[in-house]
Design a protein around this ligand. Structure first.
Ligand code: HEM
Length: 522
């Protein structure tokens, strides 16, 4: 029996879904449930809350995960809109899908049409050979050596963050911390991916921030577009030239990138950032450790570029989109958890200050790498509040799930339940408790692989992992070194996850008090 046989044994699979009004799948009869469980170990569920829009995407999938887990099965299925999604919950199956048998699950299954919408032709969306080729080209852009090269740009941007916090510590106003750290992330990624001073820390209404927010705005138009892209066949979408981004967003990013390329190429500018490495890729076909963006003849105007302008622009765009919201979410939740756990906040500050003292009070790449307690706090934050709560995959080759008699057909969508795994008491006892010691070397070694997957896993793992962590670390160090953070009463507690956001976020935001610390010996 294949997964789709089981799924369609209920007939039409209309579902109550994220963006739809309530259209419920008839509840399964008990004997039907047993038959499904007996036949293929699968179980289809449609919690009512899914349709009411009260639960966040992360919570909905946590419920699916917990229901499957409580039935003692290794995997299951979920009705979503008009299709069914296969959901493994056993880390061994997850590992097979993400790593061992990756060849069957290469793609994310997200619709894109670079001809109609050039910025959609980026790494996250590309498929099969096109993805492999581009991933191989871009990987050298994200090595630890390249991170070290960009480190100073990050530190420079963090000076703006310090200035803002200084003002807040003086005025004693409550700080919408997600807003502030998002502006920091916008400046960092704008500077590193576009080579621009976006000034969004100084000017909250900067164009970069405005258009960045527009990309993430999940308004009714975007919801409808998401739905259409999920339910319509690709051939129809291609035919009508379907696009996700509005024209003004596309024009803004294309123009910024075009102007920067022209300026740098004309003036042979060298800046230590992604833009420089991408220009090397475009003009020389590879990333190098030098200041030149031209080939050995000094120019390549006669030659075919190694990366076309559209490909180039789409990658800069995805670095921005994938980088700024995820990293600022990480910083926001870390600070929130530290307000809930003042002893952990104090311990982290001690770690930061003692390492800085060894490095003459200078925020260097090497100093950051030495802050081992900071690593644990970051990992524990990513466990309890993973910005991306589920990983999408689509099956591209018939697959027999190891250790079962179940087959997955090509075209079946897969959902890897990151948040469910991270909140499973089997791997993380008392999962609601924030405890960085879960990430001591000893404790990490006790857990099976694929039980901590905030960046995904396998060949398709987040390419910007190092950069995202480095950016969050610099931001947190800047804040915690000089300021104590406490929760302001404007924060609605207990916090509720925002059901309107695709990335994990808090309804009403996290509001903090910032108190300047007296200078002291670390
Ligand atoms: C805390 C920060 C971040 C988190 C939690 C995060 C998380 C993720 C996740 C879960 C995926 C999907 C992995 C998979 O399918 O297995 C992903 C993919 C990706 N991320 Fe990140 N990310 C972060 C920061 C960044 C940054 C800073 C950049 C770029 C500068 C970036 C660029 C990308 C790209 C391009 C992909 C697609 C990779 C591919 O399909 O080959 N991410 N990220």
């Amino acid at each position: 029996m294949t997964f789709l046989d089981v799924a369609s044994s209920r007939g039409c699979c209309f579902t109550s879904g994220l963006f739809l009004p309530e259209i419920r799948l008839p509840r399964l009869l008990e004997e039907e449930r047993c038959a499904l469980l007996g036949a293929g170990i699968f179980f289809m569920e449609t919690p009512g809350d899914l349709s009411k829009g009260e639960l966040s995407f992360a919570e909905q999938f946590l419920i699916f995960y917990q229901k499957l887990k409580s039935r003692g099965v290794r995997h299951g299925g979920v009705y979503m809109f008009f299709s069914t999604v296969y959901m493994p919950i056993d880390p061994a199956i997850i590992k097979s899908i993400l790593q061992k048998d990756f060849d069957h699950f290469i793609n994310h299954g997200i619709y894109s049409n670079p001809e109609a919408e050039p910025l959609s032709g980026h790494l996250f969306n590309l498929e099969n050979a096109k993805w492999r080729d581009l991933r191989a080209k871009l990987t050298p852009t994200f090595t630890s050596g390249k991170m070290k090269m960009m480190f100073q740009t990050l530190v420079t941007c963090s000076e703006g963050l310090r200035k803002i916090l200084e003002e807040y510590s003086f005025t004693k106003d409550a700080v919408d911390i997600k807003d502030v750290v998002s502006r920091f992330s916008t400046d960092v990624i704008g500077s590193c991916a576009f080579g621009l001073d976006c000034n969004s820390l100084k000017n909250p209404d900067s164009e970069f921030r405005r258009f960045g927010n527009k990309v993430f705005a999940l308004d009714i138009t975007m919801k409808i577009k998401h739905l259409i892209s999920m339910v319509m066949p690709k051939i129809v979408l291609d035919f009508v030239g379907f696009r996700m981004l509005s024209k003004d967003v596309e024009s803004f990013f294309m123009k910024v990138i075009r102007d920067t390329i022209d300026y740098r190429e004309k003036n042979n500018v060298y800046r230590k950032d992604f833009m420089h490495l991408m220009l090397q890729l475009k003009n020389r076909g590879h990333v190098a450790d030098d200041a030149s963006i031209m080939d050995t003849e000094g120019n390549d105007e006669k030659k075919q570029p190694h990366l076309t302008f559209n490909e180039f622009a789409a990658q800069c765009f995805v670095f921005f989109v994938a980088g700024f919201e995820t990293s600022s979410t990480l910083m926001t939740f870390a600070l929130f958890r530290l307000t809930e756990n003042p002893d952990i906040q104090e311990k982290l500050r001690e770690d930061i200050l003692s390492v800085l003292k060894k490095h003459d009070d200078k925020l260097t790449y090497e100093a950051v790498m030495e802050m081992s307690y900071l690593d644990k706090v970051i990992d524990e934050t990513l466990r309890i509040n993973p910005p991306v709560s589920a990983l999408p995959r689509v099956c591209n080759k018939t697959y027999r799930v190891p250790g079962t008699d179940v087959t997955i057909d090509p075209g079946t969508n897969i959902n890897i339940p990151v948040y469910g795994i991270h909140m499973d008491p089997e791997y993380y006892p008392n999962p609601e408790v924030f405890d960085p010691e879960r990430f001591s070397e000893e404790n990490k070694a006790k857990r099976p692989s694929c039980t901590f997957i905030p960046f995904g896993e396998g060949p398709r793992i987040c390419i910007g992992l190092r950069f995202g962590i480095m950016q969050a670390k610099v931001g947190l160090i800047r804040i915690l070194k000089d300021y104590k953070v406490t929760l302001n009463q404007k924060t609605k507690t207990p916090i509720k996850l925002d059901h309107r956001s695709g990335i994990m976020a808090v309804e009403g935001g996290i509001w903090l008090n910032i108190t300047k610390l007296n200078k002291r010996d670390p």
